[in-house]
Design a protein around this ligand. Structure first.
Ligand SMILES: *Cc1c(COP(=O)(O)O)cnc(C)c1O
Length: 406
């Protein structure tokens, strides 16, 4: 029996949704690879990737197969029982990383929430309640729960919700001296994004991460890498810590891990994991069979030498063309980032206008992102076809030309 669905439009958003988002004027209804179609049938090239989530583009056959097979098998059992896809996914992550244990949840914020709770629990158990301070970086982003906005280094996200979580300080990013001055024996964890994503696509210096590792060891503090945005191939390595050669104690992953299906993971060692004993933490949906089956398929495709090498090659393709567009238009001064997380830093004349550039790009049929008001961000599918890169950047260039000459 088919049920007639009521037509909906963008205007409905303003009537029935909580107004915490301001979505684009069009509604995407279908996607395939790096192309998306809206309600009117207009086709767009997708360099936004659902904010660094659609690691394999839209409706990748391997993911559709994994999801539909699992949908016909078992959807949910809760953590009163374990399930096969969750165990398979944990094996894959453990085999591919420093980690020996995995905790599954449903988002990046929840993965970080688990990481911060684990770090505090470890310090509490080993050293007592005094050792609970978390050091994070200015402008960092770790999610939108109260703990994660408190740790995040952007007060605009944490102000106005009553008392924040205390025992947290923020030091400038990529500034080892500032971290050195702040860290103490009361520090339980230092949390760093290997590339600051939301606040402008700012890569860490290798020496900074190496120095942070050393300082943490000296002070019995845990090093947490928030790889929610940089993880699962985004940088051309499976995780960015492997690109940098600096190993954290706890790593968080989400976004690309599910390729569009919600899942988050916290990865750590056996020695640390044991502090989250039975009953200390949990979530009903965490390790859901559907999510884990899809994530297994994502890893099977992404974590191959061919895909990872392809990401590095595609980076060069983006960078060369974007630098040319930047030089010719005067729109941006620098193209930075690693792998397929790329930021174009706007020139002084265009500072604060990233949103205008997004809107102009969309009018030419290409979806891009911003990372703060001063950076245009690209986070496309990790397997975006070269022909789609060329066509999408041609559309982007047309948008830039119209914007700068009109
Ligand atoms: C997106 C993001 C988060 C939050 O993930 P959600 O799934 O939105 O909760 C946390 N940290 C970083 C670095 C992110 O980019």
């Amino acid at each position: 029996m088919s049920v007639e669905q009521a037509p909906v439009q963008r205007a409905d958003f303003d009537q029935v949704m909580v107004p915490n988002y301001s979505p684009a004027a069009f509604i995407p209804v279908r996607g395939e690879g790096s192309r998306v179609w809206d309600q009117s049938g207009r086709e767009l090239i997708d360099f936004a990737g659902g904010i660094a989530v659609n690691a394999l583009g839209h409706c990748h056959p391997a993911l559709v197969k994994a999801l539909t097979e699992q949908a016909n098998t078992l959807w949910h059992v809760s953590n009163v029982f374990t399930n096969e896809p969750a165990l398979r996914l944990a094996h894959k992550l453990v085999d591919a990383t420093f980690a020996e244990r995995a905790f599954f949840c449903n988002s990046g914020a929840e993965a970080n929430e688990a990481a911060f709770k684990l770090a505090r629990r470890v310090a509490h158990d080993r050293f007592g309640p005094e050792k609970h301070e978390i050091i994070a970086t200015v402008n960092s982003f770790h999610g939108r729960t109260l703990f994660t906005v408190s740790v995040g280094g952007q007060p605009k996200y944490s102000d106005g919700f009553g008392p924040k979580i205390t025992g947290i300080s923020h030091v400038p990013y990529n500034d080892l001296e500032a971290l050195k001055a702040q860290i103490s024996d009361k520090t339980c964890a230092v949390v760093i994004e290997p590339i600051q994503g939301e606040s402008g696509v700012v890569p860490a210096d290798k020496a900074y991460l190496e120095g942070a590792r050393k300082l943490c060891d000296e002070h019995n503090a845990l090093l947490i890498f928030d790889e929610v945005q940089t993880g699962v191939g985004r940088t051309g390595s499976l995780y960015a810590y492997q690109h940098y050669g600096v190993t954290p104690d706890i790593l968080t992953s989400a976004k690309s891990l599910g390729g569009g299906f919600p899942i988050g993971a916290m990865l750590t060692t056996t020695d640390l994991a044991k502090h989250l004993a039975v009953g200390t933490h949990g979530t009903t949906y965490g390790g859901n069979p559907l999510a884990c089956a899809v994530a297994c398929a994502v890893l099977d495709v992404v974590n191959t030498p061919e895909t990872l090498a392809g990401i590095k090659a595609k980076h060069e393709r983006f960078k060369a063309r974007l630098e040319k567009i930047g030089q010719q238009s005067g729109l941006f001064t620098q193209v930075r980032g690693v792998g397929l997380l790329i930021g174009c830093v706007l020139s002084d004349a265009w500072k604060g206008k990233a949103k205008d550039i997004l809107n102009a790009a969309e009018k030419e049929g290409v979806m891009v992102l911003q990372a703060g008001p001063d950076v245009v961000r690209f986070a496309p599918s990790l397997v975006v076809e070269d022909a789609d890169i060329d066509e999408g950047l041609a559309r982007f260039e047309r948008a830039v030309v119209k914007l700068t000459q009109g």
